[in-house]
Ligand binder design. Structure first.
Ligand code: CUA
Length: 353
């Protein structure tokens, strides 16, 4: 017993005998691995094309997060793996480790450094978010409405609704996002920003598309069986082409344009098929839709007006074999006017193959 005490501090643990400066070695290897890790993560092209003013700021923020987090991960893993391999108990060694108190200096270091890093990143992230959410001059509001399983868009300043998202280039846009049913998430990867559509709330994001092109609008929140098909396109156009598009849509909405009958046009079944979200779930050759959440509407076995009408208003009345009840929204009866319902039924009858 006495001889044990005489041995002094436990840095003579036989398991790390012969190991000179183990901490320095681990940190050395860890730093080297970190440099390689950071180089690899920066070399990987994480994002698609950059098509909005905000995208550059967000990509930089992402890179900074990677530069800070990769070394922490790599360093911790290096020390863990190094210790497991190098300081493994010899076979048959059933003894306890030496009773040590800890290492106050190391503990202060590994608490302080992450604390400073996380605080600095939080401030940086907050400043970035504040910049992105700042109100812009000459902003155009676009209302985005999600429903199972489609997006529709409305331009209050132009008094226009559209199943397709079309935006003028270089004009600040404020998206006001809503949902008719469950939670969806409005996302254009090329614009980077993303926001949930939450029942009962209007959420908002601001951005300025700065590159003409065609990009995908994605739903980024699991919202039901057709979630993966809830994809549409956004077209970013030069300002003059955008104005032409607005003009055309207005004329179409006013009833064929030019004629000047003065009467409100009858609802267009084909347009309703897209704008009411039918195309988000159903295949219909005539409309060019290929979604497979619900049955193919161009191949109805029982294609008479009554059956079609009932199936829209009361989808549970007769469920096609191989499909589940309760997937199709039950509220189309309230959502569609009588004229719209008539137009849709007529369109579907004509669209039979
Ligand atoms: Cu809507 Cu996922």
């Amino acid at each position: 017993m006495e001889s044990d005490e005489a041995k002094g501090p436990p840095d003579t643990d036989p398991r790390i005998e012969g190991e000179k400066h183990p901490v320095a070695r681990m940190i050395g290897i860890g730093l080297f691995a970190s440099v390689i890790g950071v180089a690899i993560t920066l070399w990987i092209d994480w994002f698609p094309e950059n098509a909005a003013g905000s995208a550059g700021t967000i990509d930089t923020l992402y890179d900074v997060l990677l530069i800070c987090s990769v070394p922490v991960f790599v360093l911790v893993m290096t020390i863990a793996i190094y210790s497991v391999i190098r300081f493994r108990a010899k076979p048959g060694d059933m003894g306890d480790g030496p009773p040590i108190h800890g290492n106050t200096r190391l503990e202060i270091i590994w608490v302080t450094i992450p604390f400073i890093m996380v605080t600095a990143l939080a401030i940086y992230g907050w400043i970035t978010l504040d910049d992105l959410e700042a109100k812009q001059k000459n902003e155009m509001v676009v209302k985005v409405t999600g429903q199972q399983f489609t997006w529709t868009f409305e331009y209050p300043s132009e008094k226009l609704k559209s199943p397709e998202l079309v935006l003028p280039v270089d004009r600040p846009i404020e998206f006001k996002i809503q949902t008719k049913d469950v939670i969806h998430s409005f996302w254009v990867p090329e614009f980077r920003l993303k926001s949930d559509a939450v029942p009962g709330l209007t959420t908002s994001i601001r951005l300025t598309p700065d590159k003409p092109g065609r990009y995908e609008v994605v739903c980024a929140e699991l919202c039901g069986i057709g979630h993966s098909t809830m994809r549409q396109f956004v077209r970013v156009l030069p300002a003059s082409e955008f104005d032409t598009w607005v003009q055309k849509r207005r004329e179409a909405a006013a009833g064929g344009g030019g004629g000047g009958g003065g009467q409100a046009a009858a609802p267009d079944g084909e347009q309703l098929f897209t704008s009411e979200g039918c195309s988000g779930c159903h295949t219909l050759k005539a409309a060019g839709s290929t979604a497979k959440v619900g049955p193919d509407l161009g191949k109805l076995k029982n294609a008479d007006a009554n059956f079609i009408r009932t199936s829209i208003v009361d989808p549970s009345a007769e469920v096609e074999k191989g499909y589940n009840d309760g997937v199709m929204p039950q509220n189309f009866g309230e959502q569609l006017s009588k004229e719209e319902l008539d137009a849709l039924v007529k369109y579907l009858l004509e669209a039979q193959e």
